[in-house]
Design a protein around this ligand. Structure first.
Ligand code: URA
Ligand code: SF4
Length: 212
């Protein structure tokens, strides 16, 4: 008997999608097994004509419960950095490489678990749909998962953060650290320094936007 082709989100994308119909359809996605673990699909949010798109890894605990991207501790930090960089979050399209929260229990808490390459690949059609519909001029990958999904598995955020990389996805693509990594800084001084560098990267993205 012929084997069923590997599943992905592609099977769930509506014909001639709009952001609205895609978001609605994503609620029923079974493109990989992560839907069983998460409370709900967390689709991207922001204006259709956003010129800047930020891509994280996957929703966290707060995002899983609320259904909105970057609303938990990492999201609060992102909001602060965007404000410091002079970027209005309401003008930005914010999304994730993977749309369900992958976690494992630790006591009563749900601890973030890194998505597999196969899960990132399975979810990619949603991200490609968002990029095709929003058509951002600048994309910023937040952390290694988004960066490697968009820029290739050899991409190292530590070496190439803040650099504008050629890509067919948008006029300018760059990667920086994930805001969660700043929350994990060992002390206040390191956290302040990491926050400063992160804000500088976002500022460079805003500059790339105005020079485009
Ligand atoms: N981390 C992410 O990568 N995305 C979110 O939406 C929240 C935390
Ligand atoms: Fe679908 Fe992505 Fe959720 Fe997997 S993680 S079920 S591909 S929305």
């Amino acid at each position: 008997m012929a084997k069923r082709p590997p599943k992905s989100a592609a099977d769930f994308i509506p014909p001639r999608p709009t952001l609205k119909t895609a978001r609605e359809a994503s609620k029923g996605c079974r493109g990989c097994d992560l839907w069983k673990l998460g409370t709900q699909t967390v689709f991207g949010e922001g204006p259709r004509g956003a010129t800047l798109m930020l891509i994280g890894e996957q929703p966290g605990d707060a995002e899983d419960l609320s259904g909105h991207p970057f609303v938990g501790p990492a999201g609060k930090l992102l909001d602060r950095a965007l404000a410091d960089a002079g970027i209005d979050r309401a003008s930005v399209y914010v999304t994730n490489a993977v749309k369900h929260f992958k976690w494992e229990p630790r006591g009563k808490r749900r601890i973030h678990k890194k998505p597999r390459a196969s899960e990132i690949g399975a979810c990619r059609p949603w991200l490609d749909t968002e990029i095709a519909l929003v058509k951002p001029r600048v994309i910023v990958c937040l952390g290694a998962t988004a960066a490697q999904a968009l820029l290739g598995s050899a991409f190292k955020v530590t070496q190439h953060r803040g650099a504008v990389v050629p890509s067919p996805l948008a006029a300018r693509v760059m990667a920086t650290v994930h805001p969660s990594s700043i929350l994990r800084a060992p002390d206040d001084e390191a956290r302040r320094e990491e926050m400063r560098r992160f804000t500088d990267d976002l500022r460079a993205a805003a500059r790339a936007l105005s020079s485009e």
